[in-house]
Ligand binder design. Structure first.
Ligand code: SF4
Length: 163
């Protein structure tokens, strides 16, 4: 019985590691998850932004947001980079003292590390500011409230389709 139990534990650990490798999930302890839409929306009151990263991994003092996209891409898409930038700001606001250096953006077959740079931060804040004022922002190109519901900029977007 004892050996069987040990075997089951070893197999479970092996499967979890395999899953982590296949999906490029950073090693560490998950402190937030929304892969199955189970997470509550994280909100930054300070920046007026919100989001639901697929995972947030804690590794010591460091927090690493992780986002999975079922599409394919040769390089990170602009909207996804901004989304990751929003996650950095939200985590900064929600986890005082945490170190937030990078995130992982995983597409179907490729994964990219996104650095939390001052440039990305500036770009996200500028985009949020533009969305509030609608200056220079392209008009909404869809009629899908679900898209707005999931959007990290919904709190500040003047064109959102949801309350
Ligand atoms: S809230 Fe909706 S309209 Fe505004 S940027 Fe997001 S998806 Fe587009």
């Amino acid at each position: 019985m004892g050996i069987l139990f040990l075997l089951v534990i070893i197999i479970l650990i092996f499967l979890l590691r395999k899953k982590r490798q296949v999906y490029s999930i950073p090693a560490g302890r998950a402190v937030y998850g929304d892969l199955q839409s189970e997470g509550k929306t994280l909100v930054s009151r300070r920046y007026g932004l919100s989001g639901k990263p697929d995972r947030v991994i804690r590794k010591g003092e460091e927090l690493i947001p992780y986002e999975f996209k079922s599409t394919e891409a040769d390089s990170p898409r602009t909207g996804h980079l901004l989304q990751m930038g929003v996650y950095f700001l939200i985590l900064e606001d929600n986890y005082a003292g945490a170190v937030i250096k990078k995130g992982v953006l995983k597409y179907r077959t490729r994964a990219f590390e996104v650095r939390n740079t001052p440039e990305l931060r500036e770009r996200v804040l500028r985009t949020a500011q533009l969305m509030r004022s609608m200056r220079g922002v392209p008009r909404r190109n869809h009629d899908n409230p679900g898209k707005c519901f999931k959007c990290s900029f919904k709190e500040v977007c003047s064109q959102r389709l949801i309350k």
